[in-house]
Ligand binder design. Structure first.
Ligand code: IMP
Ligand code: MG
Length: 184
């Protein structure tokens, strides 16, 4: 496969991903059992593979919507607080139980901006579910309600996460071989 030269290690394999997502789905189903209007908001593009698997493990009736944000920083891999909403949800979230579905939280700037934007619209509740959490990289405070896996500060790809916009279809989470990436 063309991504093999960029792959240093498999960090989380497919079986482990699916088992953990099943656990998250049952926990969410339990905690939102009485919710009349659960809305999952997937953050594009990285969250989309996770959303598709997670929603099929949630037994509570719910709706989905999508949002996209971009952040500008020193390089393509860093956000520095300058975040812009590129695509907004179409749902009116006032009074709704909103659960954000994200691929990864790094510095936290992107999610902080998205959460502040959504909170201003008065949802009944707003919680956050991320597949991956790089807690050591956090620069702004964020309460994360559901975490799939805590990971170290390594650049990862696959299962929705991109390597220069490609390889989101890789079925596992892989660690990038930085040298191979630099050498092209
Ligand atoms: P934050 O604003 O620094 O928390 O950036 C979060 C965003 O950066 C994520 O939604 C991803 O799009 C991207 N990101 C952060 N770390 C990684 C990584 O290891 N691989 C791929 N994308 C990443
Ligand atoms: Mg993202």
């Amino acid at each position: 496969m063309p991504y093999h030269k960029f792959l240093q290690d498999v960090l989380i394999d497919e079986t482990t991903l699916h088992a953990r997502i099943a656990e998250l789905g049952s926990q969410i189903s339990h905690e939102y059992a009485d919710s009349p209007n659960l809305l999952l908001i997937c953050i594009l593009k990285g969250g989309v593979v996770f959303l598709c698997d997670l929603m099929r493990q949630i037994s509570v009736p719910h709706e989905i919507d999508f949002m996209a944000a971009s952040s500008y920083g020193a390089g393509a891999r860093e956000s520095k607080g300058l975040v812009r909403i590129e695509m907004d949800v179409r749902t009116n979230i006032a009074g709704r139980d909103v659960l954000i579905v994200e691929d990864i939280i790094d510095s936290g700037y992107t999610l902080r901006f998205i959460m502040d934007t959504l909170l201003a619209r008065h949802p009944r509740s707003l919680k956050l579910c991320t597949l991956l959490n790089k807690a050591l990289r956090r620069e702004v405070e964020i309460a994360v309600d559901y975490v799939g896996f805590e990971i170290e500060n390594k650049f990862v790809f696959g299962y929705g996460l991109d390597l220069d916009e490609k390889y989101r279809n890789v079925p596992f989470i892989g660690v990038v071989n930085e040298k191979a990436l630099r050498d092209g």
